[in-house]
Write a protein that binds this ligand. Structure first.
Ligand code: ADP
Ligand code: MG
Length: 391
């Protein structure tokens, strides 16, 4: 089995690195978001599914408070640090770069009063980093679950997700919402996860595309445009400004029926567009949920495409490469397509009938070649299990 092999390989690499056996091996997946983009910091709805791609961690307990961290996927050796020395923003305590993710998780556990007395960690991940597929959340959640099990903390998964988010917000310095960590921690095989980011209520929604003769393609554009980071903060600020101007705790509280009235009350045309995206996107999540519940899966295609149009025109977080995936996929027979993740690059998803999948994949690849873009990476998203112990 692929997973058992992966666990063996990571355990062997741990032994070679630290000279002893790990106490266990854990896995946590990346995700794609089916629908509900830029809603998770507006108290809204999201619907991600876990990918077969996972971050694996071989971990052994320590008792001296020290963390030793190593990743097979980045250059450089073992990073040694004390999580108490970590400083907000991800620059302090010797944990520059990637180590701030796992170290931030341990620190967030300590901050919450959990006794984690140190660990040796070796990580190897098949989640492509920076492709909008949440390699960062996979890294956080695999660390969180390993600590939870090894130190007998008994923290529920939704809470591990919150601690992972805190690690990323505070100790890495990325103001992400709660979707990615919850997806990695809580998704289940064969399901998409409907999550209300206000009260964290979850529902596992059956999503067995193969049984319906359908396929969800992920197209990793392999670009990540620089403007992403600042733009994300500005989008968040515009959403907060909209909610303040409308006198609601969050844009989640504006219903589709109340949208016209809300838009009329907003003076700033940019804020108006941002608000319209969030309100219509929340409605699209509920629409997709209803269609899946009724077994009308192919009908979600146009809803995905409408979501893309809204992200492109109202939220303005798409880019030429993502627009090209959607246009070329839809022009060659896809049921629908949209960018997924934060935007400005990363990945798009395409819903296709099995019989059309190869032709659509070829059309997207050809369109990229004609436009002079680097060849995209395509794979099928099989709704997979959330974080788990492997050995
Ligand atoms: P995404 O989560 O969409 O992949 P992010 O920018 O949020 O993109 O996270 C990517 C970062 O996470 C990388 O730059 C790196 O610091 C860290 N990371 C992800 N996977 C690994 C890994 N296997 N080993 C070390 N660091 C990793
Ligand atoms: Mg991330």
């Amino acid at each position: 089995m692929a997973f058992a092999d992966g666990a063996d390989g990571v355990a062997a690499a741990f032994r070679a690195l630290y000279g002893s056996r790990p106490d266990g091996v854990w896995a946590a997946p990346g995700r794609v978001n089916l629908i509900g983009e830029h809603t998770d910091y507006n108290d809204g709805f999201v619907m991600p599914l876990a990918l077969p791609h996972t971050a694996l961690a071989a971990v052994a307990r320590r008792t001296d408070g020290l963390l030793r961290l190593h990743s097979a996927d980045v250059p450089g050796g073992v990073v040694e640090l004390r999580p108490e020395a970590l400083e907000p923003g991800g620059t302090g305590g010797g944990a520059g770069g990637w180590a701030a993710y796992p170290a931030g998780v341990v620190r967030a556990l300590l901050d919450a009063g959990h006794a984690v007395t140190g660990a040796d960690v070796h990580i190897a991940s098949t989640v492509p980093a920076g492709a909008g597929l949440s390699s960062s959340a996979a890294l956080e959640i695999v660390t969180a679950l390993a600590c939870n099990d090894l130190f007998g903390l008994g923290v529920p998964r939704w809470q591990l997700a919150r601690l992972g988010r805190r690690a990323e917000n505070v100790y890495v310095g990325v103001p992400c919402g709660i979707m990615d960590q919850t997806a990695s921690a809580c998704c289940t095989e064969g399901h998409a996860l409907h999550l209300d980011t206000r009260d964290l209520a979850q529902r596992q929604v059956p999503f067995d595309l193969a049984a319906e003769g359908l396929r969800l393609l992920v197209v990793d554009t392999r670009v990540q445009h620089e403007l992403g980071e600042g733009a994300y903060a500005r989008r968040r600020a515009a959403c907060e400004e909209g909610a303040r101007a409308l006198g609601v705790p969050a844009l989640r509280d504006i219903t589709p029926e109340g949208l016209d009235e809300a838009l009329a009350a907003l003076g700033d045309p940019v804020v108006r567009r941002r608000v319209r995206h969030v309100v219509t996107e929340n409605a699209r999540v509920e629409q997709v949920l209803g269609l899946l519940d009724r077994g009308e899966t192919p009908a979600i295609g146009p809803v995905l495409t409408a979501g893309h149009t809204s992200l492109r025109d109202d939220f303005e977080v798409s880019c030429a490469e993502l627009d090209l995936v959607v246009a070329s996929a839809n022009a060659s027979g896809a049921l629908g397509a949209r960018m997924t993740g934060g935007g400005f690059g990363g990945s798009a998803i395409v819903l296709v009938e099995e019989a059309a999948a190869d032709a659509v994949a070829r059309a997207v690849t050809d369109a990229f070649a004609s436009a002079g873009h680097r060849a995209p990476r395509l794979f099928t998203a099989v709704p997979s299990a959330g974080a788990r112990r492997l050995a």
